[in-house]
Ligand binder design. Structure first.
Ligand SMILES: C[S@@+](CC[C@H](N)C(=O)[O-])C[C@H]1O[C@@H](n2cnc3c(N)ncnc32)[C@H](O)[C@@H]1O
Length: 221
C-alpha cells in the first residue's frame, strides 16, 4: 500500500524522538557501505534525500559538500542539532523539501544518495526521476533499501504486513524488480548489506534517461 505525504510526515513525527535508538546501529553498515563507495573527490557536491535525523552525516569525508533534505520537520530538527553539536561544517544545508519535487536546478550535484527512503516515499519513480535530474550527467545515484524477499516464508510475512505500511512508515513488500523496471535505473552494482544481507545497495550511473527510456528534449531556443 502506497503512503501519501501526510502519512509519511505523521509516521516520522512519531518516530523522530526514538528513531536513532531503533534504526541507528541496525542500519549503520549500509550507510557506511554507501559512503565508502562514493569515491568522494575534493569539492564533490553530494545530495542526500530523506536525510532523516542525519545519522550518516558524520560519516562523509570533510572535503565534500553535503546537502540533506527531508519531508519531516521533526527528523530535520535532529539532523540540524547533530550538525551543530558535532561541528559538521561539510554539511552545507539541511532543508525541508519533498524529494519528488525538488527546488534544485538541473545538474546541481555530483552524486545523489537515498538511504532507506525509496520504500517510504509515495512515488518512488518520481523521486528517482528527480534524483537523476539534479545529478550531473555521468554522476552516480546510490540507493540502499530493503526489498521484498525471494524466500517464500519471509516474503509471505512481508506481504501480510503490507496493509500496515502507513503505520510502519515503509512498504515491506517493495519489489526490486518492479522498482528497476519502473525507473529504468542503470544499475552498475547490487551489494547485499546489513544483517544477513537482507538490504540491498544499488550503485547506478546517471544515464539521464526518463522512465520511458527517452532522452529529455533539448530546451527550445
Ligand atoms: C526510514 S527514514 C531514513 C532516514 C535516513 N536516511 C537514515 O538513514 O536513517 C526515511 C526518511 O525519508 C523521509 N522521506 C520520505 N519520503 C520523502 C520525500 N518524498 N522527500 C523527502 N524526504 C522523504 C522521511 O521523512 C524519513 O525521514
Amino acid at each position: 500500500m502506497r503512503m501519501d505525504i501526510n502519512a509519511v510526515q505523521r509516521v516520522y513525527r512519531r518516530y523522530a524522538p526514538a528513531y536513532d535508538f531503533y534504526f541507528g546501529a541496525m542500519f549503520q553498515p549500509g550507510r557506511r557501505e554507501i559512503i565508502a563507495r562514493l569515491d568522494c573527490r575534493p569539492g564533490d557536491r553530494i545530495l542526500e534525500v530523506g536525510v532523516g535525523t542525519g545519522l550518516s552525516l558524520s560519516l562523509y569525508p570533510r572535503h565534500v559538500e553535503i546537502t540533506g533534505i527531508d519531508l519531516s520537520r521533526e527528523m530535520l530538527v535532529r539532523a540540524r542539532a547533530r550538525r551543530r553539536c558535532q561541528h559538521l561544517k561539510h554539511v552545507v544545508a539541511l532543508r525541508l523539501m519533498d524529494a519528488e519535487h525538488m527546488q534544485f536546478a538541473d545538474n546541481s550535484f555530483d552524486k545523489v544518495v537515498a538511504m532507506y527512503v525509496v520504500s517510504v516515499t509515495p512515488h518512488p519513480a518520481r523521486m528517482t526521476d528527480e534524483m537523476r535530474r539534479v545529478c550531473k550527467p555521468g554522476g552516480e545515484l546510490f540507493i540502499v533499501n530493503h526489498f521484498h524477499h525471494a524466500n517464500s516464508l519471509v516474503g509471505g510475512v512481508e506481504r501480510l504486513a503490507a496493509p500496515f505500511s502507513h503505520v510502519m512508515g515503509f512498504r515491506p513488500d517493495f519489489s526490486l524488480e518492479h522498482f528497476i523496471d519502473e525507473t529504468g535505473l542503470d544499475v552498475a552494482a547490487r551489494i547485499p548489506v546489513n544483517a544477513l544481507g537482507y538490504w540491498t545497495l544499488l550503485r547506478c550511473r546517471n544515464n539521464k534517461r526518463s522512465r520511458a527510456g527517452v532522452a529529455p528534449m533539448p530546451a527550445l531556443a
